[in-house]
Ligand binder design. Structure first.
Ligand code: ADP
Ligand code: MG
Length: 711
C-alpha cells in the first residue's frame, strides 16, 4: 500500500498546464486514477469542485459534547495503544482538554495509525460522539496540530477545525489514498500558492461591476472556505467564468460569420411568386415576418446564419421552400437535410409536387437510393441540373458534389451534430445557412445553444386549428378506445396508432407493433384499411405507404416512432400512443404534432398501464394539460435537466462543469452581456484591460474554438 500523498510545497515554477504527476506524492499510479475522473493537469485539480462541505469550524469543550451529535474537539494526547478487545483489536487514543477526556478509536489501518501519535501531541478530531464506557469517536477525521512542541498555525488545519470540503471520489481513488482527505492534502499547498499559480481571467471592471470574487479568492474559498456563505460567492464566480467564456466564443463566432463574405441573392421573383400562388392557403403574418427576415439576410452580402424556430405544425416547411426558391432564382442550388429518411421522403413528396410544375428539378438522396438511380442523381447534383436537393445524412458523404450550392437548410437541427452541419456547409462556398427547429426551449438555453445565430420565430399557428384534446387511458379501456376511434373513422377521418421502438429492445418492439397490426386488421377493424409502417420497411415501400395514407387509401396507420417528425396528413385526427409511459416528453409532443394539422378537432389518446413511475405520471399529466410547446419544453428541462439538451455532442461548445443554465440563468445573462459588449468594442481583444481575456482564451479555449468556428 502506498502512503498518503505528502503535504509538499509546490515548486515555484509549477504551471497550470503541468500534469498532476508533477506534484510531489503523485506517482504514475495516482496520476492515472486522477485522469480517470478527468483530472489531468494542476488546473483540472484546482477546478475539481467539492461535492459539499462539512462544518468543523466550531470546537467544543469535551464536557459540552452531546452523545449522538457530530462535533469537533481539540485536546492533548494522554496515552495511546492497541487494545485486544473480545472481538477485534482496536487502537485507542485518549485525549484531554481542560474539561475532560475522551477516546478516539480505530479498528482499521492500525499499523499506519499507531505510528502517528505521540504523547502530548495536540489533536483536533471530528466525528460522531458516542458513549461506550466513556465518550468516544470511532474513525474520527483528525489532524495533529502540534508535534514536538512546534505549534501549527490554526490556518494550516486541513482536515478539521474548519469547514472542510468533501470531494466526489471513486473506489480507485480511495484505494490510492485519494479520498477527500487525500485530495485535501494535495490541494492545500496548491491553494496556499494559488495567487502565483493563476492569473485573473476577467477584466477588473467586470469583476467589480458584477460583484465577483477575484479568481484566487474564489478558488481558495471553493476548497477551503472561510465560512459557508462564501462558498456560494466562490461558486458563482467560477460559474460566471465558465459562462463568460462560453458566450465569448459565441460572440466571436457570430462576429466571424458576420464578416464572412457571402452570396447576395436577388430579390424574390419569378419562382417564389407563382409558388406562393399555388398554395391553397395564405401565409400567416408570422410566416410573412420570418420570410422578410430571411430574404433580407439572403439579399445582403454577408452570409446568413439563422435559426427558424416554430412549434410543430407552425408551417416551417413552406418558409424553407421559399428560401430555397430564392437561391434557385439566383442560379444556385439549395439543399435540405432532414434527420430521418421518412421525413426527407415527406419533404420530397411535398416539394417535388409543387416544383415540378415550375420546372425546378427536385431530387431525393438518402442511403436507400442506390444503384443506377443514385448514380444519375449524383450526376444531376454535380452538373447542376438538380436545383433543390433533399436528403438525409447521405448528403454529406464524400461522393456528393454540388455544382453551386448557395443555401443549406437543416430541418430539426437539434438532431444533428455540429460536425454534420458543418460538413454540409462545406459543400458550397460560403452558402447561407438556415437551421430549423420545432423544439421550443427556454430563453436561457436558447441563448447558449444558438447564441451565435440570428433567430426568427414563427409564433402563431395557421388559423382555424383547434387545440388537440389529449386523454390518458389504461390498457383495460381498449374496447372503449377502439369504439371512439371507429366513430372518428366514420366521419371520414384517419388515425395513427403508434408503438414505441427503442434500440435496445428493438426486436421485441418491432414484434409488438407487427402483431398488433395483424390483430387489429383481422379482429378489431376487419372492415377498415390498415397499413404498417416501421424503419425496417424498404424505403420505396415506405414512400408508397405514406403516399397512400396521405391520399386516404388507408384509414389507420400502425407505426413505430418513424412518424415522429415531419409527417403531414391533415385529415388524420386521432393518434393512439401505446405504452405512452415509455416516451420522453418532447417526443410525445412531436408525435402528437402529427395530428391537429387540419381544421377538424383532433384527439390524442395516451395508453399506459399502471404502475407508473412518478416521472412518467408527470409527463403524461403535462401532455393532457397543455399543447403549448414552450410549457412542455420547460417541464422537460425540469424533469431531465439540461444535460440532454446541452451536450458537447450537439454543438461543439465546452461542457459546463460548474454553471447550470437553468439555475444560473441570471448569471448567464450578465456574462453574455459582458462578452458580447466586449467583443463588439474590441473584437481582437487587444485593449489593455482585455488582454487577460485574450491570454486565458488562447491558453484554454483556442483548441475548441476551431471546432466552434465551423458550426
Ligand atoms: P412544421 O412547422 O411542423 O414543419 P409544416 O410545415 O409541416 O409544419 O406545416 C404544417 C401544416 O400546416 C401543413 O399541412 C401545411 O401545409 C400547413 N400550413 C402551413 N402554413 C399554413 C398556412 N399559412 N395556413 C394554413 N395551413 C398552413
Ligand atoms: Mg417540419
Amino acid at each position: 500500500m502506498s502512503s498518503p500523498a505528502t503535504v509538499s510545497h509546490t515548486h515555484p515554477k509549477t504551471k497550470l498546464e503541468d500534469s498532476v504527476q508533477y506534484l510531489k506524492g503523485i506517482g504514475p499510479e495516482k496520476a492515472k486514477a486522477l485522469n480517470s475522473v478527468g483530472i489531468e493537469t494542476i488546473e483540472d485539480l484546482l477546478y475539481y469542485i467539492p461535492r459539499r462541505y462539512l462544518d468543523r469550524s466550531t470546537i467544543l469543550p469535551i464536557n459540552k459534547l452531546k452523545v449522538g451529535s457530530t462535533a469537533t474537539v481539540i485536546g492533548r494526547v494522554e496515552s495511546f495503544g492497541i487494545k485486544r478487545g473480545r472481538r477485534r483489536p482496536q487502537f485507542q487514543v485518549i485525549i484531554r482538554d481542560e474539561t475532560g477526556f475522551m477516546y478516539l478509536i480505530w479498528f482499521q489501518k492500525l499499523k499506519y495509525i499507531k505510528n502517528l501519535f505521540e504523547e502530548n501531541d495536540l489533536v483536533v478530531a471530528s466525528g460522531e460522539v458516542r458513549l461506550f464506557g466513556g465518550l468516544q469517536m470511532i474513525h474520527p477525521e483528525f489532524e495533529i496540530v502540534s508535534k514536538s512542541g512546534v505549534e501549527k498555525d490554526e490556518e494550516e488545519l486541513i482536515h478539521t477545525g474548519r469547514i472542510i470540503p468533501l470531494y466526489p471520489s471513486t473506489a480507485e481513488l480511495k484505494k490510492l489514498w485519494l479520498d477527500s482527505r487525500g485530495l485535501r492534502r494535495v490541494l492545500k499547498p496548491l491553494l496556499d500558492n494559488v495567487s502565483n499559480l493563476v492569473t485573473e481571467t476577467l477584466p477588473q471592471n467586470v469583476i467589480s461591476d458584477s460583484d465577483l470574487l477575484s479568481l484566487p479568492k474564489a478558488l481558495k474559498n471553493i476548497h477551503f472556505p472561510e465560512d459557508l456563505q462564501v462558498t456560494n460567492l466562490a461558486r458563482s464566480r467560477l460559474a460566471f467564468d465558465e459562462l463568460f467564456y462560453l458566450e465569448l466564443m459565441l460572440a466571436l463566432r457570430k462576429k466571424k460569420i458576420h464578416r464572412e463574405e457571402g452570396i447576395a441573392f436577388q430579390k424574390p421573383g419569378n419562382l417564389v411568386r407563382p409558388a406562393l400562388k399555388m398554395l391553397p392557403f395564405e401565409l400567416t403574418s408570422a410566416q410573412k415576418k420570418v420570410l422578410r427576415e430571411i430574404a433580407a439576410d439572403m439579399m445582403s452580402k454577408t452570409s446568413m446564419h439563422r435559426l427558424l424556430q416554430g412549434d410543430v405544425g407552425s408551417g416551417k416547411t413552406i418558409v424553407a421552400l421559399v428560401a430555397m426558391l430564392m437561391a434557385v432564382e439566383s442560379g444556385y442550388q439549395s439543399a435540405l437535410m432532414a434527420p430521418t429518411e421518412i421525413l426527407a421522403e415527406q419533404h420530397y413528396i411535398t416539394i417535388h409536387q409543387m416544383l415540378e410544375s415550375l420546372g425546378v428539378e427536385t431530387v431525393l438522396l438518402t442511403s436507400s437510393v442506390v444503384g443506377s438511380e443514385r448514380k444519375s442523381i449524383l450526376e444531376d447534383i454535380a452538373r447542376g441540373t438538380a436545383k433543390v436537393i433533399i436528403g438525409t445524412h447521405a448528403l454529406i458523404q464524400k461522393k456528393v458534389d454540388f455544382f453551386k450550392l448557395g443555401l443549406v437548410v437543416i430541418d430539426e437541427q437539434h438532431r444533428f451534430g455540429v460536425m454534420q452541419r458543418a460538413k454540409l456547409k462545406q459543400k458550397g462556398s460560403s452558402p447561407d445557412v438556415l437551421v430549423m427547429t420545432a423544439t421550443p426551449i427556454p430563453r436561457s438555453l436558447a441563448l447558449t445553444l444558438y447564441g451565435d445565430l440570428d433567430v426568427s420565430v414563427i409564433d402563431s399557428l395557421p388559423p382555424g386549428r383547434k387545440t388537440i384534446k389529449t386523454y390518458l387511458y389504461s390498457g383495460n379501456s381498449k374496447s372503449k378506445i377502439y369504439e371512439f376511434l371507429e366513430k372518428e373513422l366514420q366521419k371520414g377521418h384517419q388515425a395513427y396508432i403508434v408503438y414505441p421502438l427503442v434500440e435496445e429492445s428493438e426486436k421485441a418492439d418491432l414484434k409488438a407493433a407487427t402483431q398488433s397490426h395483424e390483430l387489429l386488421k383481422k379482429e378489431i377493424f376487419p372492415h377498415r384499411r390498415l397499413a404498417l409502417l416501421h424503419g425496417r420497411i424498404r424505403s420505396k415501400d415506405r414512400e408508397s405507404i405514406m403516399q397512400a395514407f396521405r391520399h386516404g387509401d388507408y384509414d389507420i396507420l400502425v407505426a413505430t416512432t418513424v412518424v415522429e417528425v415531419g409527417v403531414d396528413v391533415p385529415n388524420a385526427t386521432v393518434m393512439i400512443i401505446e405504452h405512452a409511459e415509455r416516451f420522453g416528453l418532447s417526443q410525445l409532443h412531436q408525435l402528437r404534432g402529427r395530428i391537429g394539422r387540419g381544421e377538424d378537432q383532433s384527439f390524442c389518446l395516451l395508453v399506459a398501464d399502471p404502475p407508473l413511475s412518478e416521472e412518467a405520471q408527470k409527463r403524461l399529466k403535462a401532455m393532457c394539460s397543455t399543447t403549448d410547446g414552450f410549457k412542455i419544453s420547460e417541464m422537460d428541462l425540469k424533469l431531465r435537466g439540461p444535460g440532454e439538451f446541452f451536450g458537447t455532442r450537439q454543438h461543439g461548445l465546452p461542457e459546463l462543469k460548474i454553471a447550470d443554465i437553468v439555475t444560473d440563468a441570471s448569471l448567464l445573462y450578465q456574462a453574455r452581456n459582458w462578452a458580447f459588449r466586449i467583443i463588439e468594442e474590441d473584437p481582437n481583444l487587444v485593449q489593455k484591460e482585455n488582454l487577460c481575456i485574450r491570454s486565458n482564451f488562447v491558453r484554454k479555449y483556442k483548441r475548441r474554438f476551431s471546432l466552434v468556428d465551423i458550426g
